[in-house]
Design a protein around this ligand. Structure first.
Ligand SMILES: *[C@@H]1O[C@H](CO)[C@@H](O)[C@H](O)[C@H]1NC(C)=O
Length: 341
């Protein structure tokens, strides 16, 4: 009798510890200055065997997709934790509490998923340094793309051998319009200089470079991101290229499910990346919305170039695919596809 009672208490305590921290603490908002060195981890203590995933969430109608994506990342061997950054200030606390609870259940047995309510809807907040990040690498992603775990692990292996580069699955380019004599945003069949935040892997230190470094020029460029409500991904590409004098590395994924980005109607690169895109965008019937999107992105490149006084973006060529024997790429009808398809 006595021993039975003694057992009952710890079990119910376990439940409290399991659910209260996940439901309540994970809804914390960010209040102390993230750029204050006192609030930052010593980079020497960061672990490099796994990475942290930062997923941006905004649209309530996409919560089911977001949950599926978060659960997939949480089951990847190379992922140590998943942070869902909620940037929509009008979402009720009730919905977010429910979401935090659902996320904690779906991460059971895998990497923990926590929900963080952002204090502003600024796109810059996705790149804020956070003391909760315990890894040397982060994966920045959107709530619209689901990538298979093997490809996440593969991309992480590529990052580990190229720790200063940006690693991505979806690539675009800057270029010069010779007639207009201005910078534009485009897609090239054979080269790229920008990777998108649909899937962007990089060292955690770059969060600090983006958010805290760079003096007045960075202040102004972050302000441009807020004004345009777009282009934070392009700015990160500027920051890293300026630091490394090298372009990003594009990695091929095995399976990508892309639900499309509602925010900017970005077209999907999918597993064949820029190749398929190029044939699409050169079609005569480029939708006006897509054209408008490209124009806005071109404006960002011009503005960043104006503020910085130089063009740091560099081209890269080709993409890294997992073990050529298994995942070789074949040219079928002008399209690159996996040979076993
Ligand atoms: C949480 O899960 C429940 C049960 O599956 C579902 O009805 C609800 O819509 C979910 N809510 C959120 C905000 O994720």
């Amino acid at each position: 009798m006595v021993t039975g009672k003694r057992h009952a208490v710890p079990v119910s305590l376990c439940f409290l510890f399991l659910f209260i921290p996940l439901g309540v603490f994970s809804l914390r908002t960010l209040s102390p200055d993230p750029c204050d060195p006192a609030n930052q981890r010593d980079t020497r203590t960061l672990r490099s065997d796994q990475l942290t995933v930062l997923i941006n969430g905004y649209s309530e109608s996409r919560i089911p997709i977001l949950q599926s994506i978060a659960a997939t990342y949480s089951g990847c061997p190379s992922v140590s934790s998943v942070l869902v950054l909620w940037g929509n200030p009008s979402t009720t606390t009730r919905t977010l509490t429910q979401l935090a609870h659902n996320l904690s259940i779906s991460s059971f047995g895998n990497a923990a998923i926590s929900l963080i309510r952002e204090s502003t809807s600024s796109l810059n907040t996705r790149f804020l340094p956070r003391a909760s990040i315990e890894t040397r690498a982060v994966l920045i992603c959107d709530d619209d793309v689901e990538v298979d775990p093997k490809s996440v692990d593969f991309a992480f292996r590529i990052w580990r051998s190229n720790p200063d580069r940006l690693i991505g699955l979806f690539a675009r380019s800057h270029d010069v319009d010779l007639q207009q004599r201005e910078w534009i945003y485009t897609v090239h069949p054979d080269k790229y200089s920008i990777v998108l935040t649909k899937f962007m892997m990089m060292k955690t230190e770059y969060l600090q470079k983006y958010s805290c470094g760079g003096g007045e020029a960075m202040d102004e460029m972050r302000r441009i991101v807020d004004e345009m409500r777009n282009c934070e991904d392009i700015l990160m590409n500027f920051v890293v290229a300026d630091e490394t004098n090298a372009g990003p590395v594009m990695v091929g994924a095995e399976r990508v499910r892309d639900w499309g980005d509602a925010r900017n109607d970005e077209d999907s690169g999918g597993s064949d990346g820029g190749k398929r895109l190029n044939s699409r965008v050169t079609e005569a019937g480029l939708s006006s919305r897509r054209a408008e999107h490209r124009k806005r992105r071109g404006n960002c490149i011009r503005e960043f170039h104006r503020v910085l006084g130089r063009m740091p973006l560099r081209y890269s060529y080709g993409k890294v695919v997992n073990s050529v024997g298994e995942q070789g790429l074949c040219n079928k009808g002008g399209k690159l596809v996996f040979c076993d398809e």
